[in-house]
Write a protein that binds this ligand. Structure first.
Ligand SMILES: Nc1ncnc2c1ncn2[C@@H]1O[C@H](COP(=O)(O)OP(=O)(O)OP(=O)(O)O)[C@@H](O)[C@H]1O
Ligand SMILES: [Mg+2]
Length: 328
């Protein structure tokens, strides 16, 4: 499975005085099994772009191919496309409409013509995955909290068992625990099924923690496209368009400027911890369990006092003064 956009542009209200060019000449391919993060300032075209991926919006110009087939070709089944490419809307209210939670989640698989037994099996599994218990099954989806609505909306799409899952800001309205649970479950599901995931997010931390590729949108165009480390190297450009790198990247830059670490490229906490330990000649295990010593110390040497010290070099050294240590 792959999705290819060739010179896709989208204008809202074309031929009117209020026309808005939301996408401008976008060409890119999303490969099978990729975990892609889509970031960009508000109004940069993220939601417009993802609505093209399942054919909900049609490009004003350009072509979109799903598995090499032109989805704008006469006779192409957009219904089949939408069962393969599941989109969870930015605002869950747009997606929920049934009388109760369980019927809502059953709606998609039911439309695929599956047996009642299979429809209900999928709905239960999807609701379990997003952490919605049976006590909510008969409640109106509109009586739920914002975070619960979002979970039900995600379950509705997961129940279709799509090949591509697109989540438009799925963590908005969730508390940190809920956010980690949902994204963790989706990452685990992706590992297990090989599903492709596109995650639209304003949270650089969420994006850095989960995705393997980031596409940065700016005023309807693709500004950067690459692995998180490559993209977050462009901190200044990102800031110029109202974005930022993950907070840990800024800390690593400060540590690098102070000469305390060699590389400032970490974009997640575990990566930063690895780099800091490496710069101090330790493994993570040694840092966490002080009893674990020499066997794991790359290039460590024993001091007169019997303590183990790293082999330091110019790029990675211990703080020499209290002031310097404070700056860490
Ligand atoms: N239905 C619409 N009619 C007219 N203009 C629209 C419509 N939807 C979006 N736009 C405009 O298209 C541009 C891109 O909007 P879009 O919703 O894709 O941005 P976004 O990156 O998803 O923003 P956000 O981060 O706020 O969700 C904006 O200028 C917006 O005002
Ligand atoms: Mg949006």
């Amino acid at each position: 499975m792959s999705i290819t956009l060739e010179h896709v542009s989208h204008v809202y209200g074309a031929d009117t005085q209020l026309s808005v060019a939301a996408l401008k000449d976008i060409s890119l391919t999303i490969e099978d099994g990729e975990f892609v993060g889509l970031i960009g300032h508000t109004g940069s075209g993220k939601s417009t772009l993802v609505q093209h991926l399942n054919g909900l919006l049609k490009a004003t110009e350009g072509t979109l191919y799903y598995n090499g087939e032109n989805i704008y070709e006469k006779g192409y089944s957009l219904k089949t496309l939408r069962s393969k490419v599941g989109l969870v809307f930015q605002y869950p209210e747009y997606q929920l409409f049934e009388i109760d939670v369980f019927s809502d989640v059953c709606f998609g698989p039911k439309n695929l013509g599956l047996s009642t037994e299979e429809v209900e099996r999928r709905a239960r599994r999807a609701l379990e995955l997003v952490g919605i218990g049976e006590e909510y099954y008969s409640q109106s989806p509109f009586d739920l909290s914002g975070g619960q609505k979002r979970r039900v909306a995600i379950a509705g799409v997961l129940a279709m068992e799509p090949d591509v899952l697109i989540l438009d800001e799925p963590t908005a309205g969730l508390d940190p625990k809920g956010r980690d649970e949902i994204l963790g479950e989706i990452a685990a599901l992706r590992e297990k099924t090989g599903m492709t995931v596109v995650l639209v997010s304003h949270s650089m931390e969420d994006v850095a923690n989960y995705v393997s590729r980031i596409i940065v949108m700016n005023h309807g165009s693709v500004m950067l496209d690459g692995a998180p480390r490559e993209v977050f190297r462009h901190v200044k450009e990102l800031e110029e368009v109202g974005l930022a790198a993950p907070q840990v990247t800024y800390i690593m830059h400060t540590l690098k400027e102070a000469g305390l670490v060699k590389s400032a490229e970490a974009t997640t906490l575990p990566e930063a911890a690895e780099e800091i330990c490496r710069s101090f000649g330790m493994t993570r295990r040694q840092a966490e369990e002080p009893g674990v010593r020499e066997a794991e110390t790359p290039g460590a040497r024993e001091t007169d006092a019997g303590a183990w010290e790293p082999e330091t070099d110019a790029g990675a050294r211990k703080p020499e003064t209290e002031k310097e240590a404070d700056r860490c």
